[in-house]
Design a protein around this ligand. Structure first.
Ligand SMILES: Nc1ncnc2c1ncn2[C@@H]1O[C@H](COP(=O)(O)OP(=O)(O)OP(=O)(O)O)[C@@H](O)[C@H]1O
Length: 217
């Protein structure tokens, strides 16, 4: 088993990293999906209640609640993985989650920090325009602060590997492939999609991409 977790501030490129994994046939487990699933289980609209549900779960079940609920999903995905049981976990947010994964997977767990400066993330999110907060600078600043307060800053500091996402999308994708141990020639083997896209394509529009990666778990 080889579990690769990503951590990064909003708009840093976690969703793009997940797209690279998927295109190479590496299963992706999105931690935010745990929250969305719990919203649906309680009959709540995930779009409206996603932000609060993470806090509710932590209050009810402890700070490692989301990591604990993600673990069986990782094991299931690993069993289905045809790439040496490699799984990408999108979106750690706290050191408690990191410790839970280190405890579960030991040296088989690698934490990758994805970094990009505020201005670049703001610009890219403005172009992504997934929701209103994507194009609002003060909202992004608040999201950053909230995430850092919840432990994302310290989690970034404790990563095993750093990827700077300050260059082109093509360069970033190549760097991610390198970290995942995927040859360029293999990267489009799952369905050819990655090979078809121009380098600056809006990959988050991909209907087969993981569920809206990591917005506020
Ligand atoms: N190197 C790059 N060059 C150009 N655009 C990029 C680059 N990296 C990412 N993007 C684009 O920036 C936007 C934000 O990236 P992405 O969705 O991967 O961020 P994220 O970390 O998943 O954000 P969030 O936590 O808000 O979900 C996307 O539209 C993505 O395609």
């Amino acid at each position: 088993m080889n579990v690769i977790g990503t951590v990064g501030l909003p708009g840093s490129g976690k969703g793009e990293a997940a797209n690279v994994a998927e295109a190479a046939g590496i299963p992706v487990v999105v931690m935010g999906d745990v929250i969305r699933a719990e919203c649906r289980r309680r009959g709540l609209d995930p779009a409206e209640h996603h932000g609060r549900m993470a806090g509710t779960l932590r209050e009810e079940e402890g700070d490692d609640a989301i990591a604990a609920r993600t673990l069986p999903r990782i094991r299931e995905a690993a069993a289905e993985s045809d790439r040496d049981e490699t799984v990408l976990v999108d979106g750690l947010r706290s050191t408690v989650e990191l410790e839970r994964f280190r405890e579960a997977f030991g040296d088989d767990f690698t934490l990758v920090a994805i970094r990009a400066p505020f201005e670049l993330r703001a610009e890219r999110l403005g172009e992504r325009g997934r929701d209103d907060s994507d194009s609002d600078l003060s909202a992004l600043r608040e999201r950053d602060e909230r995430e850092i307060d919840l432990g994302l800053g310290e989690t970034l500091e404790r990563a095993d590997v750093e990827i700077d996402n300050t260059d082109s999308l093509a360069a970033f994708r190549e760097r991610v492939r390198e970290e995942l141990g995927v040859d360029d020639a293999e990267s489009d083997r799952s369905d050819g999609k990655a090979g078809e896209k121009p380098d600056d394509a809006e990959a988050t529009d991909d209907p087969e991409a993981p569920e809206a990666g990591g917005d506020g778990a």
